[in-house]
Design a protein around this ligand. Structure first.
Ligand SMILES: [Zn+2]
Length: 98
C-alpha cells in the first residue's frame, strides 16, 4: 500500500490529500488501544472532484503501536522545533568561555 488514492469519479490518481485531520476513537479496543483515524480531503487533478476519505488508521496505547495504511507520510506529531538547536549552541558558547 502506498500513498496513492484514486478519484471515484474518473479514476485519476491523487498523490496526496489536500487537507488531513485526525479523528480519535473515544473508546479503546479490547487491547486497550485507541484508534486514531486520519481523514483527508482529496481533490482530483483531472476532473476537480472533491471527496473525503480515510488516509490511514493508527492504533496507539497498549503494548504495541500498529499502523494501517500509509501514515508515514502524514506525521501525527509535529516536527521538532529548530530553535532548540540554537539554544544548545549558545549554552556551549557560555560554557567554553569559563
Ligand atoms: Zn477525477
Amino acid at each position: 500500500m502506498n500513498a496513492r488514492f484514486t478519484c471515484p469519479k474518473c479514476g485519476a490518481i491523487v498523490k496526496e490529500p489536500e487537507k488531513t485531520w485526525q479523528l480519535t476513537a473515544p473508546i479503546p479496543d479490547r487491547k486497550g488501544r485507541i484508534t486514531v483515524t486520519i481523514m483527508g480531503i482529496f481533490v482530483c487533478p483531472n476532473c476537480g472532484h472533491r471527496w473525503r476519505g480515510v488516509v490511514s488508521k493508527i492504533k496507539v496505547g497498549g503494548e504495541e503501536v500498529e499502523v494501517e495504511g500509509s501514515a508515514r507520510k502524514f506525521d501525527v506529531s509535529p516536527p521538532p522545533k529548530r530553535e532548540g538547536k540554537v539554544i544548545e549552541l549558545s549554552i556551549e558558547e557560555i560554557l567554553s568561555e569559563e
